[in-house]
Write a protein that binds this ligand. Structure first.
Ligand code: SF4
Length: 481
């Protein structure tokens, strides 16, 4: 097999400045998988490079870099334009290369991408491990005759779009390396990134680690829930990675100097036996590291105690996502706990000195201006906590593959986006500084203007309360993402 040079690219959502720098966790494993097969693997994160040098031009870098295959992630729809622009550039600079795109959004719209964007050769849908190895093998001889047998692949043949079935789904027996990021250009600097930006002077490092695949829930807004996994990945169950592998990855990260490991999933979803034994192993191995976990629901007292005992709390956060202050709105969107249970959980955090954060979002299905006032009331109650790191209300954009996208009538929404082109245009307009549709939907109870007003109301609330919140805090906001 020819010793191919394989280039991974993570787009910036904006072409001239860094936007959404964090890479999909699965991409790291794919790099390592190909490296283990002795391919020459190199990765560029365009947003990170733009953060390090505002004059950086990916075009110049691509011209200097030799590659036979370009693998571009299009996981989050926010990258729809940036990813396709990278694909176009790769083909322009190296017309003989193969351009491959993968990730949730690419998988969801694979046929539309192949049909409308001639500079994309292949889209891999769902889990990429086996299909990528098959594709590399099929293309390394210079011919494409084996392409028809590559699992999960969409491609063009004689002017037609061909979709091979999603016959590969990673399962429990799966072995992976999510923690070696040394193929990435400036990987040490990547450890200073969060979802919004890179911070040169940041003294703590953090890293997102995949610990599971799938989900058992279907929150209204989420394109990564149970149904999306069935639809895109052909995955019918949630599985957590083998504990020893997760512990080994965490030990490796601690060795690199990482202060906080951000878990992809709430490990409580794996059951008591799993998380107890994982956290015990981390403790027994004396791994000095903090943890950031977004809780699917609430924390049990036993989990909170074990968490506090295992992780360095200076670098840790547990995150609650009640979505709304109104319990009915919360339940209809996928989170079924009461305000009083949330407040009790917050007391538990305070008593164990565990830093925590709280996420709300304005404009959910079934929300009204009155129910949003309940969000503000709850936020006010929560804002006096001394271990509170931050409290947010962030607008959400309609996720392809989410229950809201698939069944808008059931959630009382009018979707504005239906096709890949809609997402591409939205991100293109934003990248070109044009007005763009922030939410991609409106609800039966709120017009887009009313959704904006709620967000403005939240910002006014924060302006008024922020000084109080900051002065209440005894906990630092280190590693706040
Ligand atoms: S938001 Fe809900 S559906 Fe999405 S991954 Fe989390 S628990 Fe699953």
């Amino acid at each position: 097999m020819k010793n191919l040079k394989i280039l991974f690219l993570h787009p910036s959502a904006h072409l001239k400045r860094p936007m959404y720098i964090l890479m999909p966790m699965g991409m790291i494993n794919l790099m390592n998988l190909l490296k283990e097969q002795n391919f020459q693997v190199y990765a560029i994160n365009v947003g990170l490079e733009l953060s390090l040098d505002s004059g950086y031009r990916i075009k110049d870098d691509l011209e200097k870099t030799e590659f036979d295959i370009a693998l571009i992630d299009l996981h989050w729809h926010e990258h729809a334009f940036g990813a396709l622009e990278l694909a176009r550039l790769c083909k322009e600079i190296r017309p003989e290369c193969y351009v491959v795109i993968g990730g949730f959004t690419a998988s969801y719209f694979s046929d539309q991408i192949i049909s409308d964007h001639e500079y994309v050769d292949f889209v891999i849908s769902g889990d990429g491990e086996k299909p990528l190895l098959e594709l590399v093998s099929a293309t390394s001889g210079g011919g494409t005759e084996k392409i028809s047998s590559v699992s999960n692949l969409t491609y063009r043949s004689s002017g037609k779009v061909i979709t091979n079935p999603v016959s590969y789904t990673a399962d429990d027996a799966y072995s992976a390396n999510y923690s070696d990021i040394t193929s990435l250009k400036h990987w040490e600097e990547y450890l200073k990134c969060n979802i919004h930006f890179y911070s040169r002077g940041q003294f703590w490092y953090s890293y997102w680690l995949c610990v599971a695949k799938g989900c058992v829930f279907d929150c209204s807004f989420c394109g990564g829930g149970k149904n999306a996994h069935q639809q895109i990945f052909n995955r019918n169950h949630l599985f957590f990675r083998e504990k020893k592998q997760v512990t080994d990855n965490i030990r490796h990260l601690a060795g690199l100097g990482v202060h906080t490991v951000n878990f992809s999933h709430d490990i409580q979803m794996a059951g008591v036996e799993y998380w107890e034994s994982l956290l015990s192993d981390i403790g027994k191995n004396d791994i000095d590291i903090g943890a950031y976990i977004e809780l699917n629901s609430l924390s049990t007292p036993a989990f909170a105690e074990k968490f506090a005992e295992t992780f360095s709390l200076n670098y840790s956060t547990l995150v609650f996502s009640p979505l709304s202050g109104n319990e009915e709105v919360r339940a209809k969107n996928g989170k079924g706990y009461s305000n009083s249970d949330l407040l009790k959980n917050v007391e538990l955090m305070e008593s164990l000195k565990i830093p925590y954060a709280v996420y709300f979002a304005a404009g959910f299905p079934f929300e009204t201006e009155e129910s949003f006032n309940e969000t503000l009331e709850l936020a006010e109650k929560l804002s006096s906590g001394s271990m509170l790191k931050m409290i947010f209300s962030t607008p959400l954009t309609l996720d392809p593959g989410s229950p809201m996208f698939n069944n808008p009538g059931e959630f009382g929404i009018t979707p504005h986006f239906r096709s890949f082109k809609d997402y591409y245009e939205r991100s293109r307009k934003r990248a070109c500084g044009m007005p763009f549709d922030l939410y991609g939907y409106h609800t039966d109870t709120l017009s887009p203007g009313q959704m904006n007003s709620l967000q403005v109301k939240w910002m006014e609330f924060m302006k008024e309360k922020f000084e109080d919140i900051i002065s209440n805090l005894t906990v630092s906001r280190v590693n706040f993402l």
